[in-house]
Ligand binder design. Structure first.
Ligand SMILES: [Zn+2]
Length: 516
């Protein structure tokens, strides 16, 4: 590995001369990051990775025993390096409440007649266990409230069960009443109807929403009516029951529902009994921080996912590259910054080391951090440097030089970030930065497939460091003996230098291409 030292050395000398001439100057020359970068070594990375991706950690599946060992391993490292917990209560672990979804048992009767779960109705949101017996039922037509058309005008639905139908009204000329054109509004546009009608009913205090939506019923019954076993963030149980209903049940409530759009009270006895079968899973992100010396309230996040696939059919999926490589890189980078701080050369901005859970289940840990519980405000988060798989090479890559890394996302939000990343690489590392996958329209969609995306979607500039896939990707063969530790060292050092620059440069990088 070749470093370009000459230019940098000259600039340091110039800076030193400048300050020595001026006796009142208190600003010291910027510290040299090289000696700290050099503490990130192939040997240390290897030692950590053989433990972290060893069989003992059981593939670190989200919420499982192996993952608990992994988070304790991370905590121990941060503690030993004297790096504080990010959370103000001193806990390195951030709770990430998850659920494995399962079809709830729901019983519905109307005037004593029992209807059948899935055939006649299907629950489409997670609600609390409970029973509702009521005569307070109203029909709210299309379930719309818009400036020039409303089904909720003079209709009190607070604490009541609301029945609605799909679609939106049209004039005699066939044009939509709401848009005045041939274009459907959000009230019947396929992508928005479902949520728009739910939102308005909920905001008006409905206890339950029964939505007659025959066009999608079969599909919804299939999707929500089968225990999916899918893991997701626990959204908190909804206070409102939300069900799609099929023709039998809809007509038992409103006999002419297919043609009626007039709001009215209904004369029926309705009972809903709801039993939630989802399983709660407790998992954790691990977050540590080195506080900035001058701008402690601006944050650079360095992230990697701590989880992997676990054990399947008795075989451990070690995930040495995915993402053991990123995880041990974060630890070594953290240690390098800690050493700098000990020498009085700590970063001017704060650096947050974020190990996230649930990536393999759908970027859940990072989503919890950005969407539910950012430990530090996203508005004060300068960038996320995300590392996911940097220990191997891509056999399908056309250029055959080993010393490369794919960069994704660096230019998407901040031109300045991209330029700094390039400049720093040229100055210190000379790795071949390969932008093959830096395209949202690339069929692999890598830009959307790791944790940086949850930051990017919130307009936090990101760089995703990645070696590409290989034959052992998500296979039991992703083991620590196949890691190319010299490359892992180079790439980890590149992330360190880039973070160093972002943390220490005078002005915070500018976001010039924020998404609307
Ligand atoms: Zn991964």
């Amino acid at each position: 590995m070749k470093k370009i030292l000459s230019l940098f050395t000259i600039s340091l000398l110039v800076a030193a001369c400048g300050t020595s001439k001026n006796k009142t100057a208190t600003v010291k020359a910027p510290a040299d990051p090289i000696k700290y970068a050099e503490t990130i070594t192939a040997e240390d990375l290897k030692t950590s990775l053989y433990v972290y991706a060893g069989d003992k950690f059981q593939g670190r599946e989200t919420g499982k025993e192996g993952e608990k060992m992994a988070i304790n391993f991370l905590k121990k490292h941060y503690t030993e390096d004297g790096i504080s917990a990010a959370k103000s209560d001193g806990n390195y672990f951030q709770d990430v409440p998850l659920v494995i979804s399962a079809t709830p048992d729901v019983k519905v009767t109307v005037n004593g007649k029992t209807f059948t779960n899935i055939d006649d109705y299907v629950s489409v949101s997670t609600a609390k266990d409970g029973t509702l017996n009521t005569k307070d039922i109203v029909f709210a037509g299309f379930g719309i409230e818009d400036s020039n058309y409303s089904n909720y005008k003079n209709l009190d639905v607070n604490g009541k069960v609301v029945v609605i139908r799909s679609g939106e009204p049209k004039n005699v000329d066939g044009k939509y009443v709401i848009s005045g054109t041939d274009k459907a509004s959000k009230w019947s546009n396929f992508r928005q109807e479902f949520a728009s009608k739910q939102e308005i009913a909920k905001s008006k205090g409905a206890k339950a929403l029964l939505f007659y939506y025959p066009e999608v019923y079969a599909m919804a019954a299939n999707r929500f009516g089968r225990s999916s076993g899918r893991m997701s963030l626990a959204g908190g149980s909804d206070a409102m029951y939300y069900m799609l209903i099929n023709t039998n049940l809809a007509k038992a409530l409103v006999s002419d529902i297919e043609t009626n759009e007039k709001s009215m009270s209904l004369k029926s006895d309705l009972s809903i009994n709801y039993k939630n079968n989802s399983e709660n899973i407790a998992a954790n992100n691990v977050a540590a921080i080195i506080r900035g010396s001058e701008k402690p309230n601006e944050y650079i996040v360095i992230s990697a996912h701590l989880d992997h696939e676990g054990i399947k059919d008795g075989i451990v999926y070690n995930g040495a590259d995915d993402d053991g490589s990123g995880t041990v890189a974060v630890l070594e980078i953290a240690e390098a910054f800690a050493k700098a701080k000990k020498d009085g050369n700590g970063p001017k901005r704060s650096i947050v080391f974020l190990n996230v859970t649930g990536e393999e289940k759908g970027l859940l840990g990072s989503k919890h951090y950005t969407d539910n519980d950012p430990i530090f405000p996203l508005a004060d988060t300068v960038a996320d440097l995300n590392i996911d798989m940097i220990g191997r090479t891509d056999p399908k890559r056309e250029k055959k030089n080993r010393n490369y890394v794919y960069l994704i996302g660096s230019d998407k939000l901040s031109t300045e970030l991209h330029n700094i990343s390039e400049m720093i690489n040229t100055k210190y590392m000379n790795i071949d930065l390969d932008y093959t996958f830096n395209d949202e329209n690339d069929p692999n969609r890598y830009y959307f497939r790791s944790d940086h995306y949850n930051f990017a979607k919130n307009n936090v500039p990101v760089i995703f460091y990645f070696n590409g896939t290989h034959d052992d990707y998500h296979q039991p063969g992703d083991t620590p003996d196949k890691i190319q530790y010299d490359l892992l060292e180079n790439r980890a050092r590149l992330v360190f230098y880039t973070a160093w620059e972002l943390a220490n440069r005078e002005a915070r990088i500018v976001v010039d291409k924020a998404a609307k």
